[in-house]
Design a protein around this ligand. Structure first.
Ligand code: LRH
Ligand code: MN
Length: 431
């Protein structure tokens, strides 16, 4: 299948930015009065470097067990998925990496896929294994788990799959493996928690031993679903226990939707960073369970508070904001256009980061040491209520992207063009 050209012409990007430039300059100049030129410059530079990986499994319409309502023009293969991430990156110059899920998106030809991605200025972020579904030609079932399974042959099968995923990732230049295990139990008495933990650790040890020396292993935890009584990697403490027992290349991965209601995720982030065991994120938002909604769409203040702990903790550890943690989205789009949803998630994540960079940390520390809760809140909410979107727009402009990516996506009728070239019935692999 011939390589698709991007359904976005450079002249359309230029016209969009020219048309929006005057009001952008006005808003930007106004903000400079408020926060100062030097501070603005520092934040804009950091925003340009801050890239968020796009999940290969979230470029089509998602669904639930009750239904899925594809909107048309969805990517029909990995090449078209890479092209769609290339399009997002052309619109916001902030989506410079794609995270693959194996076997949903197995590259037939690793080199060709790497070159295609490079032609869109894309890298490959973490690769994700999948031992939560049975593949058609699979010998043994994961119905009762994978690495925790009572049958050593099933555990072996799961370990071999993860070793294969590492090999796939190496061929693409990826530097990390994310392991999310749906393993657990649905009823009291069904599972030996101790044996499940020990068997899972034994399996993870073998996967860890196969990691190239410059790779990281992300252990993703989740409170419930698809198991509804226990999950064998069920919370940050359990993930931290595995990662600590495995070794220095193992870290915890925080998916924002994987917590019990009202969990204080920003505190979890602060402590994992303090321990040097925070590996990365799956950004999304939720109101009830693992809803996989647009990042910042339900709890934008929580997203800001999480980045407030991230900037504080990363600076305390002398970490590089752009490269020392895995920044990835993990969302599912049931009612929004998948590409518009991803553009909004990237925007919300970068806005929370910009706000966290603006926090007056010495003043916040002084308020805390003085037990002045009201002043601490004033310092945080003043920043949260300051509209920093002109900084994101300025960063995009300097990086050669669109002032307002979602507006240009619509102005250029990109979804219509994708439907014309791919058809209404095209459905993407993934969630
Ligand atoms: C599990 C999860 C995990 C993935 C999957 C697509 O809920 O967050 O990260 O492998 O979604
Ligand atoms: Mn996830």
């Amino acid at each position: 299948m011939p390589q698709e050209s991007l359904p976005l012409e450079p002249y359309q990007l230029d016209a969009h930015n020219q048309q929006g430039n005057a009001s952008h300059r006005r808003r930007y100049e106004h903000l400079l009065q408020e926060i100062g030129e030097a501070t603005a410059e520092t934040i804009v530079e950091k925003l340009i470097d801050f890239q968020i990986a796009i999940p290969s499994w979230a470029l089509g319409t998602g669904g639930t067990r009750f239904g899925r309502f594809p909107g048309g023009g969805e990517p029909r293969n990995l090449e078209e998925k890479i092209s769609d991430v290339g399009l997002l990156h052309a619109l916001n110059r902030s989506s410079g990496a794609i995270s693959l899920h194996i076997p949903w998106d197995i590259p037939k030809d690793g080199k060709a896929i790497q070159q295609l991605a490079a032609s869109f200025d894309l890298k490959f972020d973490a690769v994700n294994s999948n031992t939560f579904q049975n593949q058609t030609n699979q010998e043994l079932s994961y119905k009762f788990g994978s690495l925790q399974h009572t049958d050593a042959a099933v555990r072996r099968q799961a370990i071999e799959h993860n070793l294969d995923v590492i090999r796939q990732g190496e061929a693409l230049g990826s530097k990390s493996l994310t392991v999310w295990l749906s393993d657990g139990s649905c009823f009291p008495g069904q599972l030996s928690f101790r044996k499940a933990f020990e068997r899972t650790l034994e399996g993870l040890r073998e996967i860890y031993a196969a990691l190239p020396s410059d790779w990281k292993l992300f252990v993703e935890y989740k409170a419930f679903e698809p198991n509804f009584y226990s999950t064998t990697v069920g919370d940050w403490g359990q993930s931290y226990l595995y990662a600590s027992k495995l070794g220095p290349q193992a870290y915890t991965l925080v998916d924002l939707g994987h917590h019990l209601p009202n969990a204080n995720i920003e505190q979890i982030v602060a402590l994992l960073l303090m321990e040097g065991k925070l590996g990365g994120f799956h950004f999304n938002d939720s109101k009830y369970g693992d809803d996989d909604l647009t990042a910042g769409s339900i709890k934008p203040y929580q997203l800001f508070l999480i980045f407030n702990e991230l900037v504080d903790g990363m600076d305390a550890n002398g970490m590089n904001h752009a490269s020392d943690l895995g920044w990835m989205i993990d969302a599912s789009h049931n009612v929004k256009d998948p590409l518009e949803d991803l553009l909004q998630s990237v925007e919300a994540i970068k806005l929370a980061y910009a706000q966290a960079l603006l926090v007056d940390r010495p003043a916040l520390e002084a308020a805390r040491e003085a037990n002045d809760a009201a002043q601490a809140q004033e310092l945080l909410q003043d920043v949260f209520r300051t509209d920093l979107r002109p900084l994101l727009a300025e960063a995009r402009l300097r990086a050669g992207a669109a002032l307002v990516p979602i507006a240009l996506f619509r102005e250029a009728k990109i979804r219509q063009k994708l439907i014309e070239s791919r058809g209404l019935k095209a459905v993407a692999t993934g969630l």
